[in-house]
Design a protein around this ligand. Structure first.
Ligand code: G4P
Length: 189
């Protein structure tokens, strides 16, 4: 998507060859007009897939996911990183390892918000190693929901996320695909 690529070139800051900061329009400050345009693109791409819910992982996925859910006229479900303090058997949980941040966390989904009748579009801000999306798929499978596709704002195509998700049988649609980057150069595929 031209608009997002232009914004990444203008305001994105490659910290090194692996990590890019997009704090002024996605991760810290959010540009709602840009998110609305990204949502229009996601909605147009997945319009015919019978999506009943958009699912994202907190926290930075929430902005693009909420705009997309609104554009598609369906609810947004946010997978939570904090396990519920109230122990109950109404939750699906799975452990996620973030290679980028070097952390482990437990992702949680309530049985009340997803059912076997749901066709889900997963939306997230970054696709790197694919661990977060793979964990989201695991939770949705526990709920017997169908994953209809995955929409990503920024894919780092030099990392293995897309391959992992496509190998599992899911469609990935990314609005900006970074092929390589360094401190003074960002190249898109
Ligand atoms: P993966 O989910 O694709 O495997 O990615 P990985 O575990 O390697 O990274 C997870 C976290 O790091 C995610 O944030 C993801 O958005 C973020 N991340 C990955 N690459 C980059 C990058 O180049 N730039 C920035 N700014 N973030 C990156 P998270 O832990 O889910 O936290 P949150 O930001 O959504 O709260």
């Amino acid at each position: 998507m031209r608009l997002l690529e232009e914004r990444i070139l203008k305001e994105g800051r490659a910290v090194n060859e692996d990590i890019i900061r997009v704090d002024t329009f996605i991760n810290h400050q959010v540009d709602p007009k840009l998110m609305a345009k990204c949502a229009e693109d996601f909605a147009a791409h997945f319009r015919g897939d019978g999506i009943t819910k958009v699912v994202t992982i907190e926290s930075s996925g929430i902005s693009p996911a909420l705009f997309t859910a609104s554009e598609m006229g369906v609810p947004l479900v946010i997978l939570k990183k904090q396990p519920s303090k109230v122990l109950n058997d109404n939750l699906f949980q799975t452990m996620v390892t973030s290679f980028t941040k070097g952390t482990n966390y437990e992702l949680t989904l309530s049985k009340d918000v997803i059912s076997e009748n749901d066709h889900v579009l997963i939306i997230d801000d970054f696709l790197a190693n694919g661990e977060a999306v793979t964990a989201a798929v695991r939770l949705l499978r526990m709920a017997h929901a169908t994953v209809a596709g995955v929409g990503i704002l920024i894919e780092k195509a030099f990392q293995p996320g897309r391959e992992k998700i496509e190998d599992a049988g899911f469609k990935v649609y990314s609005l900006a695909r970074i092929g390589s980057m360094s401190k003074d150069r960002i190249e898109f595929i």
